[in-house]
Design a protein around this ligand. Structure first.
Ligand code: AP5
Ligand code: ZN
Length: 216
């Protein structure tokens, strides 16, 4: 199955992507995670991406598209994938469509995770990530047993640079201006399914899985 997850920053795309990808036995491909791995690895791509990410802006399309093209060409993505954070504007969606057509395939379904802005701010302000294993926590909604320490590996938790208040505001603007037009784009394609992403994580996963089983 070839699936795209769309939703505002903090909607829970990363959280849901890992469960959905594991249920469907397909790789989760997150452009945000790939950029962050490059930032921590100090690569040229990471240095370039960080400038945009810290402002809450999109990394230029040519950089992002080349990275996704390489990743989708890998063996494990040939039978299906779950894209988290890509595409993020209509030009990226059009390029993805072309890219998949070259591989002789197309998307099966686009899941839109719906949450309001107030909830987004609560989720992002309280998000903490493990420096060692990358697991994502929340200070109120999914707290570790000892504050600041990852239960899974004992690693130190940190707050993402782009989860500062002014950057969150900019990311929400960018979502409205550039990413939300994807909703009409995929709705016109007949492959958009909307999922209420409020409530407990496992309940949202159940709704998403139900939507994937009965697309349209
Ligand atoms: P990216 O990493 O994709 O950021 P994002 O879209 O802003 O999404 P987030 O990772 O912030 O949130 P999420 O929806 O995954 O939520 P999460 O599951 O963590 O991109 C970062 C940057 O990279 C972009 O700004 C851009 O610069 C660049 N970039 C990436 N892709 C690009 C592209 N295609 N083109 C150009 N640039 C690109 O959950 C959030 C918190 O809420 C967590 O603490 C979690 O524990 C908690 N939570 C989750 N679900 C629930 C629930 N049901 N109830 C309560 N709490 C919950
Ligand atoms: Zn950890």
């Amino acid at each position: 199955m070839r699936v795209v997850l769309v939703g505002p920053p903090g909607a829970g795309k990363g959280t849901q992507a890992q469960f959905i990808a594991s249920h469907l036995s397909i790789p989760k491909i997150s452009t945000g995670d790939i950029f962050r791995a490059n930032v921590s690895g100090g690569t040229e791509l990471g240095k370039l991406a960080k400038e945009y990410m810290d402002r809450g802006d999109l990394v230029p399309d040519e950089v992002t598209v080349a990275m996704v093209r390489d990743r989708l060409g890998e063996d494990d993505a040939q039978q299906g994938f779950l894209l988290d954070g890509f595409p993020r504007n209509v030009p990226q969606a059009q390029i993805l469509q072309k890219m998949l057509a070259e591989f002789g395939t197309g998307l099966d379904i686009v899941l839109e995770l719906i949450v309001n802005d107030e909830e987004v701010v609560r989720r992002l302000a309280g998000r903490r990530t493990c420096r060692s294993c990358g697991k994502v926590w929340h200070v109120d909604f999914d707290p570790p047993s000892v504050a600041g320490v990852c239960d899974a590996c004992g690693g130190e938790l940190f707050q993402r640079d782009d989860d500062r208040e002014e950057t969150i505001r900019r990311r929400l603007e960018v979502y409205q201006e550039q990413t939300s037009p994807l909703i009409n784009f995929y709705s016109d394609e007949g492959i958009l399914v909307r999922v209420d992403a409020t409530g407990p994580v496992d309940e949202v996963t159940r709704r998403a899985m139900a939507a994937l089983r009965t697309p349209g």
